[in-house]
Design a protein around this ligand. Structure first.
Ligand code: ASP
Length: 439
């Protein structure tokens, strides 16, 4: 029998009703053998995530402020879930211990991780699957970095003899036995690690959307869902602001060539988005996979006659940035010009000093600054080796009267990035969408 590892996000576990849907999803396919739950998330927009409440308890305890009230919210949530699911289990002993531990100075990671721990206990009982504590199999080294090798060994040792298991997401253990969490949203990472560890056929990531949308629904009404996308394309879109999966969740499964399927717990019949590796044949030649963008960039444009012949010019430019602790995003260049595209946050409070140093170190003819820039990435491996894609993109932007300030096409040809005025951002995204996806 094949193996599916299923991670369920916070909204899929927010209350007993949602958890029943999770139970139905798992029971409808015998391959769904390893389940990785998050902590209960928000039940509505003004609700609180259990993880946030746990951070709050820890913050109070640290300042020696009583946190009984906040902790009671957590206790009530779990008790309601158990009662409404009709489970005969008592979480009181765990809850009391957690409260005492936090009061007595337990670490912030320990406190935050308990949301997943308790949720895992509940899901294990409900599904009648063994509970495997993530602390026993997800390992970090003494420096707090994830230890992939040791974890891989532990996961396969511990899970190979277990047909089914519930493993809470988000945390693992340091060599000294202390709990350590991934960054926020880290249950995605746990799911990917478990999928790799057990050699899953697919890693199902269950959330509250039916997959990745081709672009931001706040910009384009009802954008189409992406049915298949490669890890690499996803990285490009995620970098430019599209979020569904935790950044680090891609790497373990990508390494093992395991596809990720983004699914919707509220619409389990929707196929969702399949994230696959590059070896899969391109089915959409000439089309794009998605459009994403980010605002708040500044371009510093440097001109100097015969720049192309001046040895070390680029190095001097970049060393100025390095001295000021600034990283840049793109550096398109011409014969006598070079532009630095830099996120505003990087330049904050430093622009004047950077310009001064550029003038002194590089002796340019001119340096111009263009603030309020936005970058838009049009991504799709269907674009590579397809003449006319760029023409279509630029024609669409021209027809929409969008002035393009910068163009950057990665060498892999799966990505064309354009820089436009922030005021033109929405107009540009809509124009590209219309040209490639829906006229
Ligand atoms: N519960 C954690 C968080 O809220 C981890 C997760 O949900 O993936 O960040």
């Amino acid at each position: 029998m094949g193996i599916k590892v299923c991670k369920f996000g916070g909204t899929s576990l927010a209350d007993a009703g949602q958890i029943r849907k999770v139970q139905d999803v798992v029971n409808s396919d015998a391959k769904r053998r390893y389940i990785v739950p998050s902590a209960p998330g928000k039940r509505g927009s003004d609700d609180r995530k259990i993880t946030d409440l746990l951070y709050l308890c820890h913050g109070h305890a640290k300042q020696h402020i009583p946190f009984d009230g906040v902790f009671e919210l957590i206790t009530d949530r779990y008790h309601d879930i158990i009662t409404q699911l009709g489970l005969s289990m008592d979480l009181s002993k765990y809850l009391e211990k957690i409260k005492t531990d936090i009061a007595e100075g337990a670490s912030v990671d320990y406190a935050a991780s308990r949301g997943e721990y308790l949720c895992g206990r509940i899901i294990a009982q409900l599904l009648d699957y063994p509970f495997v504590d993530a602390a026993d199999i997800i390992c970090f080294n003494a420096g707090g970095r994830f230890d992939a090798e040791k974890t891989q060994q532990r996961v396969s040792d511990r899970l190979s003899g277990t047909e089914q298991a519930v493993i809470p997401g988000f945390y693992g253990q340091l060599p000294d036995g202390q709990i350590k969490t991934f960054s926020r949203g880290g249950s995605d990472v746990t799911g990917a690690i478990v999928a790799r560890g057990v050699g899953a056929d697919v890693y199902e990531n269950w959330t509250d959307v039916s997959g990745l949308l081709m672009t931001d629904p706040r910009v384009v009404d009802n954008p189409e869902t992406i049915d298949t996308i490669t890890y690499r394309e996803l990285r490009e879109l995620a970098y430019m602001g599209a979020t569904v999966l935790h950044d680090e969740a891609i790497f373990p499964v990508r390494k093992a060539g395991i596809p990720v399927n983004i699914r919707n717990t509220n619409r389990p019949d929707d196929a969702g988005t399949m994230i696959v590796d590059e070896a899969q044949p391109i089915t959409h030649q000439g089309t794009i996979s998605g459009i994403a963008g980010r605002k708040e960039f500044t371009v510093i444009s440097i001109e100097k006659a015969l720049m192309n012949q001046e040895m070390g010019f680029g190095r001097r430019v970049l060393s100025v940035l390095e001295v000021h602790g600034i990283s840049f995003e793109h550096m398109p260049s011409g014969i006598d010009t070079m532009s630095l595209v830099i996120a505003d946050a990087q330049l904050e409070g430093k622009l004047d000093a950077v310009l001064e140093d550029l003038k002194n170190e590089c002796r340019p003819d001119t340096v111009d600054v263009y603030p309020n820039m936005a970058l838009i990435a049009t991504v799709g491996r269907g674009m590579s080796h397809t003449p006319g894609t760029a023409a279509k993109l630029f024609a669409a932007l021209a027809a929409a009267k969008v002035n393009i300030r910068m163009i950057d096409q990665g060498s892999s040809e799966i990505n064309i990035i354009v820089g436009v005025e922030t005021a033109d951002f929405e107009k540009a995204v809509r124009a590209i969408y219309k040209a490639f996806v829906k006229p």
